[in-house]
Design a protein around this ligand. Sequence first.
Ligand code: ADE
Ligand code: ZN
Length: 324
Amino acid sequence: MVRASRGVDYAEFVQGLPKAELHIHIEGSLEPEMMWKLAERNGTSLPYESVDAIRQAYDFTCLQDFLDLYYAGMQVLEEERDFFELADAYFQRAERDNVRRVECFFDPQAHVARGVPLAHVMDGLSRAARKARERGVRVSFIVCFLRHLSEREAFRILEEAMPYRSEFIGVGLDSSELGNPPSKFERVFAAARDEGLRLTAHAGEEGPPSYIWEALDVLGVERIDHGNRALEDAALVSRLRRDQVPLTVCPLSNLKLAVVEDLAGHPLKRMLDLGLLVTVNSDDPAYFGGYVNANFTRVANALDLTPSDLTALADNSFVAAFRD
Ligand code: ADE
Ligand code: ZN
């Protein structure tokens, strides 16, 4: 049994904390079993001999390594019911972790580019969200722009998504960070803001602190997804603390993608001690070996977090949420 300081059982303590999950890519919750099932149902060929072989392939040395498998894996998603089943499974799983609110990323460009109608994506996700809301889980969606593509392509998907405007609350920026600075998307983020959308962006996962400055000052985002490398820049830390900009941190993702060497070296505790508004999230739980409670308990164990640290992290997730 994993024990926290003061004799608290981490797993039990974390289970008891209501929390919001603010950094989860729905396509990253595609478990190998579901990938296999959908591939059979849709006649998609997979480069794996078994479900076990899929899991064994999840050995990454950097973000791009992961992204290559992530985009390949999601090709099994085609029909409305595929997106429904994916999101429904994640919402049920999150609920078991005492997650009460989810602000869920998805990557529409990655589906439309394969010829999947946006209606299949939106209708399936929305149906799963309605079902979760009936159980009392508050669910919203955030459209992510793929930063390895052009700003023009980001504008195109934003326009295509507008008929579904009531189904999402914001836009984000994800995919290959290095070489794709936030400033590349200045105009499309301005257009999204004009539509009343909330703004967030991945920054400082692999990219330098300057990408976090750009996300804040050029894009005008309200949250930073990851933000690990902020700690290299004292002026940036002061800015994040002063404005209480939320950082959606993902410990097991950082471990699997070699952003940190081990969890004992994870910056989460330093971030808390510096007065930053940090939250704990699962990012792509099917690929990184754990949902949100596993992220909490494993990093708590590695960093010897106190019950009050854990409570602060869970409380922060509601403070950082776009919706009450
Ligand atoms: N897309 C899905 N997960 C991601 C991550 N951790 N970083 C960037 N893009 C992503
Ligand atoms: Zn992410």
